[in-house]
Design a protein around this ligand. Structure first.
Ligand SMILES: [Zn+2]
Length: 93
C-alpha cells in the first residue's frame, strides 16, 4: 500500500497489470452497462460496440481516462437515434 487515493479502485486486468479506475470512469462504465451489455470478442477487454475498455472479456464496461469523453459522445449519439436502438441491448452472439 503506497498512498492510493481512497476514492479510487484498482482493477485487475486479465493480462496481470493493474489499472487505476477513477470514479468518473466507473460512472461512465455503469452508464454504458445500462445502455447495452458489453460485447467483446471473448478474449480482448474491449467492447466492440462502443469501443470502451471492459473489465476483462466478461466484465462490465470500464472506460479508461482517454475514453471518457468519447464514451459520452457515443452515448449522446445513441440517444439521438434512440428511435431505432431501444434501451434494451441487442445481443448478437
Ligand atoms: Zn460497450
Amino acid at each position: 500500500m503506497s498512498g492510493v487515493d481512497t476514492d479510487r479502485a484498482i482493477a485487475k486486468r486479465a493480462g496481470g497489470g493493474e489499472i487505476v479506475v477513477s470514479p468518473e470512469a466507473l460512472q461512465m462504465g455503469s452508464r454504458l452497462d445500462e445502455h447495452h451489455a458489453p460485447e467483446t470478442n471473448g478474449w480482448m477487454s474491449v467492447c466492440r460496440r462502443c469501443g470502451a475498455q471492459t473489465d476483462g472479456p466478461d466484465g462490465p464496461h470500464i472506460p479508461n481516462e482517454r475514453q471518457l469523453e468519447r464514451a459520452l459522445q457515443w452515448l449522446d449519439a445513441q440517444s439521438l437515434s434512440s428511435g431505432i436502438d431501444r434501451a434494451r441491448s441487442q445481443r448478437h452472439t
